[in-house]
Unconditional design. Structure first.
Length: 439
């Protein structure tokens, strides 16, 4: 049990193991994972042979950096089954990650992989304070996307009542939240805000019993956390994962909300400089890389996530010793370069969440006019502040533009949209339209 917040720890032996013991466990598992992929996965064998590396050269986790990286392109080239390291009769499940361009990437699971997934999700839910006495409403999509089923396994594994609602039909979701007395909500943070808005309209907030929210699958800021907590009256926790590694449950926030504990006995994290590929120091922000050391069907070695985070190896006040990753800032490829200034959508989100007159729904439109990049921030007004008066609108527009400029060092065009005019997201929010790429 956590000494500070009295929350339980699902797997106390692993989650509070000493760093030395973890080093030993990871080293053993890495050695066997490398042997297996060398033997069974053509693309890995070839990559290792190209740099003259043999499985025997990997003696401990300290040798991890010697191994070649795996990228999304490697998975696409091996589509659909080229990265699978067990005979197909041992595979019991396929999921796929929806690429916006090109081929999907396929991920495969054996029975043991599904059990491993349930275990890491059970740890995650327990970390947020969920117990078998809870009623868990899962609004992540069920299907090839891993959010729904991963959450489902975790909730069932700890013995909670699991409600597999999936996405869509928001009014009905709100009714179910009330009627079933859900105490836990699992969905994307952007959908949580949409639900909050619908709950407000229905006037149901006082009838809800929600106490914990487990939100992930897209970047979200601390400001957005506060807004969700206030609107839904729950404690909001961040959960991270990606299909290629397992799905949700790679890491999750405990009651301290000071970084996400990585299930590092299964997925070993590293931070590298995305430009030089060199390992970075503890606390430095860079690209997150994961190595799966226990998965059977598709253990990826040094998989480059493109997500930006940093690592912290200090013991957490919750009692867990596992390494924590900072809340992901965004993706290397989400970074917009506008007139030479690097901008992450999350920086703009932070500013907008602090403005009372606007609702938490926005879009960024990037364009190039006369060879100059422009960034338009379209943000919706709250109905109670909506006005036809040009002067009022102008004043607000200028204020928002000034606040963004002082936070980012970049001038932007602010457009105030009418209430309810920006499309709501049921899954991962799409917040950027980059028209420059269309040319
Ligand atoms: O989004 C798995 C997931 C489902 C995680 C539900 C959490 C909750 P993919 O569709 O493969 O899998 O997308 C993975 O989503 O590389 C990140 O860019 C982003 N992502 C996931 N969780 C977070 C998070 C699922 N907590 C990609 N914060 C990842 C920021 C996140 N980005």
């Amino acid at each position: 049990m956590c000494p500070r917040c009295c929350m339980m720890i699902w797997n106390e032996h692993i989650e509070t193991m000493s760093r030395d013991e973890m080093h030993q466990l990871q080293s053993e598992n890495l050695r066997s994972a490398v042997k297996r992929v060398y033997e069974f996965v053509g693309p890995y064998r070839r990559k290792m042979q190209q740099i003259g590396l043999e499985p025997g050269d990997i003696k401990s986790i300290d040798d991890l950096h010697k191994l070649p990286f795996t990228t999304k392109d490697d998975l696409r080239d091996a589509y659909p089954y080229g990265m699978i390291s067990v005979p197909m009769e041992q595979v019991i499940r396929l999921h796929a990650s929806s690429g916006t361009t090109g081929k999907q990437t396929v991920v495969a699971y054996t029975k043991n992989d599904i059990d491993l997934w349930s275990e890491v999700m059970a740890r995650s839910l327990t970390m947020t304070g969920v117990t078998r006495n809870d009623i868990v409403h899962v609004s992540y999509g069920y299907g090839l996307f891993t959010g729904g089923l991963g959450s489902h396994y975790g909730a069932e594994c700890i013995g909670a009542v699991t409600v597999p609602v999936s996405t869509g039909n928001t009014k009905r979701q709100v009714q179910l939240l009330r009627d079933f007395g859900a105490t836990v909500l699992m969905c994307t943070p952007s959908y949580a805000l949409y639900l909050a808005e619908t709950i407000e309209q229905a006037g149901f907030l006082d009838e809800l019993k929600l106490r914990v929210g487990i939100f992930g699958a897209e970047p979200w800021t601390e400001e957005m956390r506060l807004m969700i907590e206030e609107k839904l009256r729950l404690s909001a926790h961040d959960i991270y994962g990606l299909s290629e590694i397992i799905g949700p449950g790679v890491s999750c926030e405990c009651g301290m909300k000071n970084g996400l504990h990585v299930a590092e006995d299964h997925f070993v994290p590293e931070i590298i400089d995305p430009k030089t590929d060199k390992p970075m120091d503890e606390g430095e922000y860079g690209e997150l890389v994961f190595t799966c050391i226990t998965k059977e069907a598709m253990p990826l070695i040094r998989y480059r996530t493109r997500d930006i985070s940093s690592l912290n190896y200090q013991k957490c006040e919750c009692g867990r010793t596992s390494v924590r990753m900072s809340k992901p800032k965004g993706r290397v490829d989400d970074m917009l370069i506008i007139r030479g200034v690097n901008v992450f959508p999350s920086q703009i989100e932070s500013v907008l969440m602090g403005i009372t007159e606007t609702a938490p729904f926005f879009m960024l439109v990037v364009d190039r006019v006369n060879n100059l990049d422009t960034l338009e921030v379209k943000v919706e007004m709250r109905p109670e502040f909506f006005s036809d008066e040009v002067r009022v609108i102008e004043r607000l527009r200028n204020r928002i533009a000034r606040e963004i400029e002082s936070a980012l060092g970049l001038s932007v065009i602010v457009t105030l949209a009418e209430p309810k005019s920006i499309e709501r997201s049921e899954g991962k929010a799409v917040r950027v339209i980059d028209r420059r790429k269309l040319y």
